[in-house]
Design a protein around this ligand. Sequence first.
Ligand code: PLP
Length: 409
Amino acid sequence: SFPAEAVPQAPEDALFGLMRAYKADESPSKVDLGIGAYRGDDAKPWVLPVVKKADEILRNDPNLNHEYLPIAGLASFTSKACELLLGPSSPAISEKRVTSVQTISGTGAVHLGALFLARFFKVNGANRTVYLSNPTWANHNQIFENVGIPVATYPYFDKKTKGLDIEGMKRALVDAPDHSIILLHACAHNPTGVDPTPEQWREIAEVMATKKHFPFFDTAYQGFASGDLDRDATAIRYFVEKGFELVIAQSFAKNFGLYGERAGCFHFLASPSPDAAGITTRVASQLAILQRSEISNPPIYGAKIASTVLNDKALFAEWQDNLRTMSGRIIDMRKALRSKLEELGTPGTWNHITDQIGMFSFTGLSEKQVLRLRDEFHVYMTKNGRISMAGLNTRNVDYFAKAVDKVVR
Ligand code: PLP
């Protein structure tokens, strides 16, 4: 019989454990800088006004039902999701070099991509190693390990400058065996908030082309980072332009505020070649088989909401406006936090707070300081010193800055 008593206790997910501790804290001054979910200035979740509108349109539709989607998902959603990444006039789309599958948000997209590569991306029968940035979104490690893909890391964060260690990263890419899988955050790197500059992306692409590495883009913050959807897709579009064969895991959790609806896409893109459309068709057939055995077909409601917005000019414009609201508030909080710390004369430099971009900032605070912030000031953040900028607002940013000042001194 199955020896269930031999199953060991697994540790609690660090981030969700932090969320629980925050909820249990009864202090009125508590601050939640843990989970990466947008909050308004009132510290509450924000349902995007454009999502409310789309929701109403759907609910008033007499033909609304709860039927299954096709295995690859809602085509009106996945096709627009692809255009959003590559640009509507991308030759990759007109040449039928892309296939897209709707997934369980970004996590499901990374998983489906990992599963696909575990099955088909082999040299001499062996899986290739995936290289993850150090640090990266914690879930990347276990997603790839779960499907049997070996995991290694490349240097990314420079502790001294609190910026990108571009030389270390390039060296690791050169040292990695040819045809390695390189996971890249398209924008708003989680957890550091540090993105390569356009020039650094060119250098990374050049090394990767020489080494025939395979780019695996993870994009969870398009439009949320800079407020500009095209700008946040620059890195992906550059790699596509350079002719890479690549895959993309795309999440709509943050940029639509559709966290729990689990709307996402996985895209495979073939390099330009006479057989590119054929390769893409064959890949699509295999993805369909994997999808069928994993989830049968993806959830419908979040995809319908996003599709309603993506396919309507006026709603799309309103979405862009909502994105600017979210990214703008976060950029304002970065400025406020930095200037407050500088005003207090808090030891150290704080320019990285405004140099970094997106949901997160890697503050440089040590684990000891993080724990003191939790115990003495009721401020909740991950042990690596990462803060979710969305947890700051005009009412708590001064309190947080003062608390940081105290634990740094
Ligand atoms: N990838 C990165 C880098 C992320 O930060 C996240 C969310 O935090 C995801 C993927 C996936 O999130 P979700 O599954 O909620 O779309």
